[in-house]
Design a protein around this ligand. Sequence first.
Ligand SMILES: [Zn+2]
Length: 146
Amino acid sequence: MKNNTNNYVCAVCGRREIKLWRPYMGTVPLICATCAEKRQSLRVYRETVSLNDVEGNTIGKTNINFPLPKWKVNEDGAIPSPVRPHYEESRPMTKRLLVNLSDVAREYSSGAMDMIPAIPDENGFFWGITSAPKDSVEWWKNLPTR
Ligand SMILES: [Zn+2]
């Protein structure tokens, strides 16, 4: 099987033959790890703690937002998942990147676009996140990250 990669180019820096991501619900813009890292959306972890009186009755709750550290895409194209930030050693990895594309494409002005691996098929379209065949997933994984 031959992937069609004619248009497989980062929309920001123009690089080819590296891993690219696409919007979860769209096909453009494609973006590379380096350009995504520069545009990553701030993520926070919301911690809720019960406030108790001297008898142990809950009298309220505090909600504090802790900013999560900035991520860097690793060689597999993955970052630490934003879930369970207090359990650093057991945090799952994810290949989904949340980035702010407002300077790249006007239609993505929300400030937080969910990006998934862009795995091209033989027709120049992209495979769905769960439907990509194994050899196409391997092809993406073997591309350099940067
Ligand atoms: Zn780029």
